[in-house]
Structures are given as structure tokens and as C-alpha cells.
Design a protein around this ligand. Sequence first.
Ligand SMILES: NC(=O)NCCC(=O)O
Ligand SMILES: [Zn+2]
Ligand SMILES: [Zn+2]
Length: 533
Amino acid sequence: MSNSDKTQSPQNRVYIKNGQVVNHDRSFKADVYIEDEIIKFVGPAADITIPDGVHTIDASGKLIIPGGIDPHTHLQTPFDNAVTVDDFYHGTKAAVAGGTTMIIDFVLPKRNDSMIEAYNKWRSWADPKVCCDYGLHIGLSWWSDSVSEEIGVLCKELGINSFKTYMAYKGTYQLNDSELLDVFERIRSLNAVAMVHAENGDIIAKNEKRLLAQGITGPEGHELSRQEEVEAEAVHRACILAHQVDCPLYVVHVMSKSAGIEIARARQRYSEKYIFGETLASGLGTDGTNYRCQHFDHAAGHVMSPPLRPDKTTPEFLMKLLASDALQTTGSDNCTFTKKQKQLGLGDFTKIPNGINGLEDRMSVVWEKGVHSGLLDPCRFVAVTSTNAAKIFNIYPKKGVIAVGSDADIVIWNPQATRTISKDTHHHAGDFNIFEGMTVHGVPEYVLVRGRICAEKGSVRVSGGYGRFVATPLRPPFVYDRIEGKEEPKVEEQNTNVAKKKAELYSQLAAQEPPSTKFALNSTSISPEAADG
Ligand SMILES: NC(=O)NCCC(=O)O
Ligand SMILES: [Zn+2]
Ligand SMILES: [Zn+2]
């Protein structure tokens, strides 16, 4: 240690001893030393001398994992006919309470709005309030030459590398295939990453009208209007459109078995280039049977798009897709509305604001349904809750790993402890929790955001404005090396559990026709041939 180091206040320094470090690729016993927001040492206790007065945490029996990265949130966002109730303070406080130390939120301009003005607006909302670091994606709610020009500026000057397109929300955000091709081409030319909300908006609009005309006005109509094949068709089409113009595509909120299979098939078809898939805590932790609940507030509280699926085997299936690397990340899609806001859709399900919680509970739900139930190993848990998002959005190894030189975004995870999720104890601003009553193993005992202890044994001590905007640079190597044939080691070379599961999945896919699906709405069944067409 140099003399200047010794004069720093001990609060800048934290020593975590006796823990088990878990990264995406390996797990090992090590102590971790943090100074001035950065991890300075990872290794055996014998290899470091710790100065006096350093705050020391004994992590015996606990895991030391990279802070969660939630790549999909909508804080303080005007959406549908309301504004989401978790602002950047409450949302990021809830994140930290649950072990997430970075979020990537969506700027969502209105049609005809300037993307850059919208970006500035989001920055001005977020910067003074965020309790943890954050990045931004831009929602491409419309397309024109000026938008094309602006996204160049956003990429080159404003720290943006990812843009979400919409195949749903007809009349507001939906782009047609020709526009999607133009957008994907432009994104590829910038070495950025395209994202897509994949549901067929034309089918949904027609089904909504039909359902309302039939007198189906309650929240169950939401799911009926956009069943699995509506999602799967759009995923299939989006993957092909992106591939046609050589553009990497991140499919957000994959919520159904058949959409997940479309991702797996596209990844297999394109040798794991181009396509990445995200699923959500909500899709892993609960299901669409809730739409049938007679209590409006309960059923409407689960309304989101794509919807949760009534097939109760879907959550485990999605977890298996994460385990086999068919899907790479988990987000929350945290987009919370109060019961009162949801009641805007009383008597017309199309007016229920879409969105659910998950920012606080994502890590615990994925641990419970993944690791505790034996479907994920702890390394894969880290990959799907943190590292893969860091790699895809190009903030690795600053984020997403416990390594010397990385930001000290660290969670000391107690895999044995349990907690019961409730709206009465959560840190969200909303009055509803889709995981209400669920007891989960896996509790973040300490959460460090850039070296600062922000949560400790249930007490959350955050301050708005501590978080920083993190620029996401262009050309993520994890994405572009593969496309350009300069592959980095694949995940399966690092995790044999994942490799085995992936090989099994690929051999099943190769042997099978696409799944045939039946839907209650019009009782048609799609033959394998038709689905393959
Ligand atoms: N998912 C949802 O229902 N609300 C957020 C907006 C979106 O992600 O499409
Ligand atoms: Zn979406
Ligand atoms: Zn979303």
C-alpha cells in the first residue's frame, strides 16, 4: 500500500473474507478487497495484508456474486394511459434491496418525438434519483430519416448501443417489416444491438376487437388476444429479418414455450450468431392462470405483454431454456402500475396498463426456481442474472464479474436463508406484487454498489443520485466477434453443465418438426408442416 492509500477513509475500503466467489465461468474460495469503488484483490487470504480499520465482512458459508444486472426496466415511464409508479428512486432502491446493482432502462419517445430530446429527458429524470448505476436502451417508436440520423448521434456521442423495436402495439409503436429491415440495417451499420418486442400487432388488434364484440371485456381477454403462436410467429419473423441484414438481435421478454423454441432454433440455425433471448422473472415465477381470477385487481395486476401463459409447465420450460443457453438473460420488465391505474381497464381489458413488478425479486425468483430447484448451477445463475447482460451490452468486465479492476458491485448471497415476498414489505412504490406469498431461498445479505454497502441484512441504505449513467459502447465483442468470425470461447466450453444441456436440446430440435400448438380462441391446430412453412 502506498502512503496516499493509507490516508484514505476506511469507508472506501471493504474486505470480504471466507466467502465462495461465484462467477459465470467458475466458483472458488477467495477473499475480496475493495478500495475506492473498485475490486483490488481476489484471492487467498495469505496473499494480502489488510490495513487496520478496514470494514470487514465475514462471508463464511455465503456466496460472493456479481451484482445483478437487470437489462429491462421501465421506471417513471409514460406508457399506455398512465405513468409507471416506480420512479428512478423507488425502482433502483427496490433493485438494490434485491441484489441488483445495475439496471438498463428504456427511453420511450412518443411517435414523432426526437430520440435525442427523449434521451435527455430520461437522463434528467434518472440522474438525480438513481441509487445504483444505470444504462439506457432507446425504444424506436417510429422510423424516419431523422430517427436514423439521431441514432447515429446516440451511438457515437451519448453512450447508447441498443435499440428496441416493436412488432406489437399497433397504432403507437409497431413497425412494419419493411421498417424493421431498415432499422436492423442501420443498427448493423453502427455495430449496435437491435432488440425486439416480438408479438404480431395486427393479429392482436383484430383479436381484441373480436373479443370485445363477444363481450369478453375482463383481463382474461388480454391473454386470449395474444396467445402463444402470436408471439412465436413474430419471434420467427424477427430472427429472419435480422439475419437477412446481418444484424444481431436481442429478443426481449420471451414468455412462451413456442417462442423460446423459435429462439433456440434460430440460434442453432445461425451457429449461435445473431440471436439472443431474454426471459423474465415473472415468466419464471408465476403463470397466466392468474388472468382467470375473478378479482379484477388480481387478474389485472398480472397484465403484461407478452402475457404470462396459462400453461403451468411454461415457467419450468423457460428455466430449462436458460439452463441450456437457448436463452441468455433474465430481466424484470419492471413496469409497475397501482391497482387504481390498472382499473382504467375495468370493462375493457385493452385499457389495462401493461406491466408488472420484478426488479426487487428477480434474483431471488431465479435462484428459487433455477438453482434451488436443481435446474441451474450457481455459475449459470450468475451468467443469466448478470454476466451475459454485461457482455451483450458491452459493459463487461467493468460489470458482471468479480475480478480485479471491475466495479465493486457485489452481492453476498445467502443460499440457505429464505424470505416471503409481499407488497407489504417490498421496496417498490406499487401496491401489488405478482409474487405475493412466494417463499424464496436465496437472500442478498449484503449488497455493495461500487463498493458502498447499500443493503445489509434487510436494512437498505441508499441515496438518490449515487448511481451513475454507464455508457454502453458500440461493437460488443461477445456479439460481434461471432458475427465476424472471431469467436470468443463459447459458454459451453466454460460450463460443462450448460454444454451437455445444449447438446441435448439441439439434438432434440434437429430430430423434431416445429411444435404444433392448439389454441382455444379459434380452436385451429397448426400442423407441423404449416408451422414450418
Ligand atoms: N411488458 C409490458 O407489459 N410492459 C412494458 C412494455 C414492454 O416491454 O413492452
Ligand atoms: Zn416490450
Ligand atoms: Zn418492457
